[in-house]
Write a new protein. Structure first.
Length: 351
């Protein structure tokens, strides 16, 4: 721990977060370093960190890296104690090339990013039903991925099985194949190749059934939560429980942190990026930033509407008549949908 003379002036903190330890830095109002210290990632450690910062004077704000992972608990503790928390990204390459990479350097950089105004984002609170949706979505994604992998492995075993076994399975559709293989019986004293193939197919098929059941369970709970939490959003054309969950997770349990629909559009990567230079004006390029899962959800909503909603088809046709390509017209449609989604989000912190 390094500490300099305390001051009654406003203090800005910065924290580089890790699994077991957090490194904190304190700056005065003009960016002078007051001190650095290391704290454990425990309730006692969070209290000690805040007390250490307050020891230098009133705390204006604290920049925290990884507010959605290692820094989530600390961010909650600071917010509960009415300390302004600012989400900070990792230092840019120029800073790291100039000063190197250490936890202390990163903590100081986090504090300076807050002071300079480079970091302004309010972190998600991670303390309500949207956090529950995030946990359910994690299970759904992993179950979907594991099911696909197991199904591919089952098909591969069928493809290379001896003809006697392959002939019984090759004409079955996926559902019948899973049901048939899941019911295979194998004697405990039979270690022959056909027996081990049937055993392997049975285990894979039963794993697929388990993953299907898990996915169905979490999807049902997601539908219930999204309907209760954001009925206006779920009622929008093309928005189902899956896309609604993704968009709510992006907004967080405190959607009031997004002060304008432009902020939400930038957050989901639906805002065009200007590329004006010299005599080239009024040009924009594709935004490749933002939450890509949310951006993909907007794309799915757009595609569903283009196939089922006449007003959407007319909108795309009108854009194409203006000289835009189909891809550019879909980007315009996604920007329109982002505005619509923002207006349908709960506008207050969710209890």
């Amino acid at each position: 721990m390094t500490t300099m003379t305390s001051s009654s002036a406003l203090v800005t903190g910065g924290v580089d977060t890790h699994r077991d330890l957090h490194v904190a830095a304190a700056l005065d109002q003009i960016g002078g370093l007051l001190g650095t210290a290391t704290f454990a990632t425990t309730p006692a450690g969070y209290r000690a960190l805040l007390a250490w910062l307050v020891g230098f004077g009133p705390v204006a704000a604290v920049g925290v890296e990884g507010t959605g992972s290692y820094g989530a608990a600390l961010a909650r503790h600071l917010s509960v104690n009415e300390v302004m928390v600012v989400e900070v990204g990792r230092p840019n390459r120029q800073v790291r090339r100039r000063y190197g990479k250490t936890d202390v350097v990163d903590a100081i950089a986090a504090a300076r990013a807050v002071q300079s105004g480079e970091a302004t984002a309010t972190p998600k609170s991670h303390d309500g039903p949207v956090e529950a949706l995030r946990a359910l979505k994690m299970v759904q994604r992993s179950a979907t991925k594991a099911r696909t992998q197991a199904l591919n492995q089952l098909h591969a075993l069928v493809l290379t099985a001896p003809e006697e076994l392959r002939g019984k399975l090759r004409g079955l559709n996926t559902r019948a194949l899973i049901t048939t293989c899941a019911g295979f019986r194998v004697r405990s004293d039979d270690d022959s190749l056909p027996a081990m193939l049937r055993l392997s197919m049975r285990e894979l098929a039963q794993r697929i059934q388990l993953l299907q059941a898990q996915k169905k369970t979490v999807t049902t709970r997601m539908r219930t939560i999204t309907t209760d939490l954001a009925p206006e959003l779920v009622a929008k054309p093309g928005v189902g429980p899956d896309t609604a969950t993704t968009l709510l997770i992006t907004a967080g349990d405190n959607p009031d942190r997004l002060r304008h629909e432009k902020s939400f559009a930038a957050l989901v990567g639906a805002s065009p990026i200007p590329v004006n230079s010299g005599q080239i004006q009024d040009r924009f390029r594709l935004n490749r930033g933002g939450d890509r899962q949310a951006n993909a959800a907007l794309w799915r909503i757009a595609i569903v509407r283009m196939s089922s909603d006449q007003a959407t088809r007319d909108y795309v046709a009108r854009r194409q008549a203006e000289g835009k390509t189909k891809s550019e017209a879909i980007r315009c449609l996604k920007r329109y949908i982002a505005r619509e989604v923002y207006n349908a989000l709960p506008k207050q912190a969710i209890a």
